[in-house]
Design a protein around this ligand. Structure first.
Ligand code: NDP
Length: 597
């Protein structure tokens, strides 16, 4: 629990006041156009998505046959590649739009970048690669290097194609294999395809009037221009010493960036629409003596322990004991401590709400304790429930607002920045003259090319996947669909997610690897669920999916609730990831393979 935590009772009058305040603050920020307020960093805005790190090199198209293709070279794809190698796949081709492996960690290299989940549970395959992270919350570059180390350890570089986007997937009924086409003119045949193109990978920009007229320098936080700023991911942005810099957005990325810009820019304007919750970070080096005591299986034990606790399960000890596990514990204590856990749902919800108010009071008290100017502190206080937005952690962000060269510009009442001129960012009638604008405005959510239609997939008999899914996704366990043999999806799709998403991806990759290995043992060439199996899984999802629509609908807008317009249908497995992983293990052990082979 954070040192600032001061437990206190919340009176019924305070509950009413907080509810009213949350509602009023939400209403200030809801925009009728919802997610349509954003524009894709593509086409005429493609500059914001271009790769600033690796030169794109011309090459001849590749035409060949491989055993397996993995689309995406982030942790999802890397884990799938590793598990396919372990399953005995020799000819394996990884394809990624970036210039190397790493996915999120390839693209995001902004100053201050760190993972906000503890490195010992976030960075996958540490024991397999033989690495112990140096920091409790690892810097981005250490994570990127680890991604590359995984690729080397499992020999994933050999046939890899970078700066390459898969644009078409077509099942060939006669040959019994997939034809994969890319934007570089490659065409290759393969038996297995794994799709791991990520969920928060496409940068987005706010639809600000006049953005195209801005004459100064500009870029997105996930495409950092060190040529312009100087320095590197650890800071030292010396070229900004004579620059007035604007950063747009105050989400998890900006929280890490702002302290560096504050230190190095002549003047920094932080354009905020909704403040983040910013809790204690307490990052520190991992003690080598502690690392020397670790015994085989240590990472799995920590990962399972973290997942159990943050999803509300019971563990005798909290091995990670940080801001994530503390908040889960807080809620669980409220529900199972001195309180009867067989309470009716309304009472449980009320107790959840009280726990939430206490946590958020603590977060707001921390702002007041750190930020010296009372008006600025007031603007930095978040007024919404803890999980309405991704919580953030920093011991430097709030402190940055005590500097004379930092100005917080609140844009809540104008729905964000009003417009841009060739030299300024405008909020209402106030113009802020700046040399550089950095958009820390996030990413499109859950839009794999398969779902958005930019990667058309045709299965048996030429059936389009989106046709098969016209009434919503159809799958067994979120992995594969009837009519689309040997094609596996990674990510959030009729399965269970968690804040440590890499753990979820690892379990998914393990399952895919087990399917392919079993097919090899049986000499089976096709894996495919029946329509009945799909139907049964959809029924399970419908019966168990948690109903969090009301919670989402009351939340301040953000990408968690589709910018204030949550979908009433929830497609996740209600019992959560621990139960889902158990279910997969049991399925594999108890004859599940017979269902699909
Ligand atoms: P977010 O989507 O979280 O934040 C975007 C920000 O831009 C918000 O503050 C938003 O305000 C603001 N914004 C959007 N439009 C406007 C506008 N017109 N005017 C002013 N402000 C605007 O993006 P991030 O890149 O910060 O984070 C995305 C996700 O990436 C995180 O939630 C997390 O999942 C992941 N991440 C993970 C990290 C880790 O350590 N694991 C680190 C960094 C990111 P508003 O809130 O009002 O919409």
């Amino acid at each position: 629990m954070s040192p600032n935590f001061v437990p206190h009772r919340i009176s019924p009058a305070e509950v009413d006041a907080l509810r009213a305040k949350y509602q009023a603050e939400r209403d200030r920020r809801v925009r009728p156009e919802g997610a349509a307020q954003y524009r894709r960093a593509a086409g005429e805005w493609g500059y914001y998505a271009a790769d600033p790190y690796t030169e794109r090199v011309d090459r001849e198209p590749v035409t060949s046959r491989v055993e397996a293709v993995v689309v995406g070279g982030g942790f999802g794809g890397l884990l799938a590649g590793a598990k396919l190698r372990e399953a005995g796949v020799r000819d394996l081709r990884m394809v990624d739009e970036g210039g190397d492996f790493g996915g999120t960690w390839y693209w995001n290299r902004y100053p201050g970048i760190h993972c906000d989940i503890e490195s010992t549970v976030y960075m996958p395959l540490l024991e397999e690669v033989g690495y112990v992270p140096r920091w409790r919350y690892a810097p981005g570059e250490e994570i990127r290097q680890h991604a590359m180390a995984i690729a080397k350890r499992f020999e994933l570089y050999s046939d890899a194609l970078f700066h390459t986007r898969v644009v078409d997937l077509r099942w060939d009924d006669d040959a019994g294999e997939w034809t994969v086409t890319t934007d570089r003119g490659d065409v290759f045949a393969t038996r297995w395809v794994v799709l791991g193109s990520g969920t928060l990978s496409q940068p987005k920009l706010p639809g600000i009037e006049g953005i195209e007229n801005f004459g100064g320098h500009t870029f997105h936080s996930s495409r950092w221009d060190y040529g312009y700023t100087g320095g590197d991911q650890s800071g030292g942005l010396h070229k900004l010493a004579d620059k007035r810099v604007a950063v747009v957005g105050t989400g998890a990325s900006a929280i890490q960036i702002v302290p560096h810009l504050a230190r190095d820019a002549q003047h920094l304007y932080v354009f905020q629409r909704t403040p983040s919750t910013v809790d204690v970070r307490d990052n520190r080096a991992i003690d080598p003596e502690w690392a020397a005591t670790l015994r085989p299986g240590w990472q799995r034990e920590r990962m399972e322990n973290f997942l159990t606790i943050v999803t509300g399960g019971h563990a005798d000890r909290d091995l990670i004991d940080d801001g994530w596990t503390a908040t889960a514990r807080l809620q669980r204590q409220m529900l199972t401590g001195s309180v009867d856990s067989n309470l009716p749902p309304e009472e449980r919800e009320y107790l959840d709400e009280l726990a939430d108010f206490r946590k958020m009071n603590e977060v707001r008290a921390r702002v007041e304790a750190i930020v010296e100017d009372p008006a600025t502190a007031e603007l930095l206080k978040p007024w919404y429930r803890y999980m309405c937005k991704r919580p953030t952690f920093s011991d430097h962000y709030l402190q940055a607002f005590n500097r004379d060269n930092v100005t917080l510009v609140d844009t809540a009442d104008t729905g964000g920045i009003s417009r841009m001129t060739p030299s300024a960012v405008v909020v209402g009638t106030q113009e802020y003259e700046v040399d550089c604008v950095i958009f820390a405005t996030g990413f499109e959510v859950g839009i794999s090319g398969v779902v958005s239609g930019t990667l058309p997939v045709h299965g048996r008999g030429g059936m389009p996947l989106l046709g098969h899914w016209r009434n919503g996704p159809r799958s067994l366990h979120g992995f594969y669909s009837h009519g689309f043999p040997n094609l596996f999806h990674l990510g959030s799709l009729q399965n269970a997610a968690a804040v440590n998403f890499v753990h979820v991806l690892q379990e998914q990759a393990t399952h895919i690897g087990a399917l392919v290995a079993e097919a090899g043992r049986r000499g089976v060439r096709r894996i495919e669920p029946s329509l009945d199996a799909e139907e049964a899984w959809i029924a399970t999802i419908r019966a168990t999916a948690p109903d969090n629509y009301a919670f989402q609908a009351e939340c301040t807008p953000g990408y968690y609730n589709a910018e204030g317009k949550p979908r009433p249908v929830n497609n996740s497995y209600g019992p959560g990831p621990v139960a889902f992983h158990d279910l997969l293990r049991r399925w594999r052990a108890e004859g599940g393979f017979d269902e699909v082979m």
